[in-house]
Ligand binder design. Structure first.
Ligand code: FAD
Length: 270
């Protein structure tokens, strides 16, 4: 019997776990290690962040699902991977620490025959000074708690607009390595929609701030959209949409280049 260890129960890890559980779960052992008890359909967080979906609609408990498909679930974080074992372990192993309230803080080593590392991307707010909900000054739509807070702040802005106070909403992505423009683009469209529904769109200045090479790149080198027999580039599509919905767009790179040029110009001599 082989042991397959999966780190992370996001879109990749959970898909792997469900398939492997069904295919080989009776003959072999499939273990999933992930710190949260729930699964999250991440793309739908953009609906939570405008109040059109609830947290419970985009998450569900992992343990009952894994029980059905022969997967052993450990609510824990992987701390380190040891593919060559060590003095005490002849087999490769992963060191984990439980986040499960019943075993919180307890550490364990899990030996494996096959490893799937699906711990996903790390949210790197710190790469852009001032960005992020925990240590910065912005909201995020990346996790359900972030999205709930984003919606709370959006509703407060809508309430202010209903009282006649104009608001500027800046939506986009961070530093040059952030490639989540697709999600940010969907979110700005959702915000435009809920502002119109609330009858306050005229009170809002909506700005798209992006590190894209050009608008419509969406972090994936652009897209081609087929509609009514015509193929339109992402650039033309998004530009037309923003012109129609009165979204102003700005590129971070111009700001960064401009800032660097100014810094050079102002550099004191000697
Ligand atoms: C708001 C939003 C909307 C998006 N919309 C789209 C879309 O429409 N289409 C699209 O293709 N992509 C979209 N994306 C991107 C997509 O969600 C990600 O590419 C995808 O979630 C990556 O899947 P993953 O399984 O690799 O990582 P994740 O989904 O991030 O999962 C990683 C898992 O690993 C766990 N983990 C982390 N650290 C550890 C550790 N040390 N030990 C054990 N487990 C750990 C996490 O808790 C999580 O369960 C969107 C992203 C965002 C933020």
């Amino acid at each position: 019997m082989a042991r397959i260890l999966i780190l992370g129960a996001g879109i990749s890890g959970h898909t792997a776990a469900r398939c492997l559980g069904r295919w080989v779960g009776r003959q072999h052992q499939v273990i999933v290690v992930s710190p949260k008890p729930t699964w999250n359909w991440v793309p739908s967080n953009i609906w939570v962040a405008v109040g059109e979906m609830t947290e419970s609609e985009v998450t569900y408990e992992l343990a009952p699902i894994y029980k059905k498909v022969n997967v052993d679930f450990r609510q824990a974080s992987a701390l380190s991977i040891h593919p060559e074992g060590d003095a005490e372990h002849t087999k490769p192993f992963v060191r984990i620490e439980y986040t499960d309230p019943a075993r919180v803080g307890e550490a364990e080593s899990i030996a494996y025959d096959f490893l799937i590392n699906a711990t996903g991307p790390r949210l790197n707010f710190a790469a852009t000074p001032g960005l992020g909900p925990e240590t910065g000054h912005t909201v995020s739509v990346c996790t359900p708690p972030h999205a709930l807070e984003a919606n709370r702040r959006l509703q407060a802005a809508i309430a202010a607009m209903k009282n006649g106070v104009r608001q500027t909403l800046l939506i986009g992505t961070g530093h040059g390595m952030a490639t989540c423009q697709g999600a940010a683009f969907e979110y700005i469209c959702n915000v435009d929609h809920v502002l119109r529904e609330a009858g306050v769109r005229q009170q809002a200045r909506l700005i798209w701030l992006s590190n894209e090479y050009e608008v419509g790149d969406l972090g994936i080198g652009g897209v081609l959209i087929t509609r009514g027999g015509y193929v339109t580039s992402g650039k033309v599509f998004v530009e037309s949409l923003y012109l129609r919905t009165a979204v102003i767009w700005q590129f971070i790179r111009f700001w960064v280049i401009g800032y660097r040029v100014l810094k050079l110009m102002w550099k004191p001599h000697g």
